[in-house]
Ligand binder design. Structure first.
Ligand code: CP
Ligand code: NVA
Length: 325
């Protein structure tokens, strides 16, 4: 390990730097702690998510650089608010405005940013760019979505599910539709949190088999099927996502829509799940494509709670990365 792999913790002692990259690489106990502490941080605000600094301003004087190679609404605003409420501040860097956008390497960008800021958040395409950023930055790097995964979202979703339905351990989650980055991250989380994941998707759009196999080897109970009925039966949550992710070519739209139409979440599908099943979606949603307006606006839908919880969970993630948790 060289000096670039080290960071200073709150007490000033050297420790291994904590990157938040993939859920299946972070110890399960740490993931559990992030969710539990984030819930406490949320509760301490007594239903007031907006404004004002959290008690103690634990990240006073800390600056987060947020690098975006793809668009974002929730991630951009919730990370900015999270670091502000922890007493710190952020700099938003759209890659088109950086030298990164005209050929400076990720490695050099990582080294340069590490001289200015305390943590780096990256939303990008290839997961290799994220690992390159992390291996060359001397400060923690956070995965804010790649083509492969979206770990901040899934921890927020676990927090949200547990607020509504109690412990996720032993629950059954049904994923409907594209086996994309969000679906794959649920698979990465399944062993650590002990939930069952049933993925219903067309065979051409299954999640990365390597991620599924790795999760199963860690003890996760995951089924991948084309049979919607099998997946949704007994489900405590029905989850879906857009049929065209940011990394999917627009030309693929018609083919993907044709393949995915049978997986649309509608009222009939919700009725086939448990009576008290919740509907979840990371957003942005395309109403009457992957989910009907009736379901997304129904009492079972907890989508805006998921969106708000991005704020709370990312405080836990920032505190963990900076050795405060
Ligand atoms: N769910 C999510 O990550 O949303 P944004 O793309 O708006 O950040
Ligand atoms: N699967 C979606 C998630 C957006 C938050 C995408 O990658 O575009």
């Amino acid at each position: 390990m060289n000096a670039f792999d080290m960071t200073k913790d709150a007490q000033g002692s050297a420790s291994e730097k904590r990157d938040f990259l993939e859920l299946d690489e972070i110890p399960a106990a740490d993931l559990r702690r992030i969710v539990d502490e984030s819930r406490k941080i949320k509760q301490a605000r007594a239903g007031q998510p907006k404004g004002a600094v959290d008690v103690g301003a634990p990240l006073a004087d800390h600056v987060l650089a947020m690098v975006f190679e793809k668009p974002s609404t929730r991630t951009r605003v919730s990370f900015d608010m999270a670091i502000r409420q922890l007493g710190g501040s952020s700099i938003v860097l759209n890659s088109a405005d950086l030298q990164l956008g005209r050929g400076e390497t990720v490695a050099d960008t990582a080294r340069v940013l590490s001289g200015y800021v305390d943590a780096i958040m990256l939303r990008t395409f290839e997961p290799e760019k994220l690992t390159e950023m992390a291996s060359h930055a001397s400060v923690p790097v956070i995965n804010a979505l790649t083509d492969r995964s979206h770990p901040c979202q899934i921890l927020a979703d676990i927090l949200t599910f547990e607020e509504e339905r109690g412990p996720i351990k032993g629950a059954k989650l049904a994923w409907m539709g594209d086996g994309n980055n969000v679906a794959a991250t649920f698979a990465q989380a399944a062993a650590a949190f002990g939930f069952e994941l049933a993925i219903a998707c067309p065979s051409a759009l299954q999640p990365d088999p390597a991620i599924i196999e790795h999760a199963r080897a860690e003890g996760a109970k995951i089924t991948v099927t084309e049979a919607v009925g099998d997946a949704v039966k007994g489900a405590d949550a029905v989850i879906t996502d857009t049929w065209l992710s940011m990394n999917d070519a627009d030309e693929a739209r018609t083919r993907r829509h044709n393949l995915l139409r049978p997986y649309q979440v509608d009222a009939k599908m919700m009725k086939a799940a448990r009576k008290d099943a919740v509907f979840m979606h990371c957003l942005p949603a395309h109403r009457d494509e992957e989910v009907t307006t009736q379901v997304i606006d129904s009492p079972a839908s907890i989508i805006f709670q998921e969106a708000e919880n991005r704020l709370h969970i990312q405080k836990g993630i920032l505190l963990w990365c900076l050795n405060r948790l």
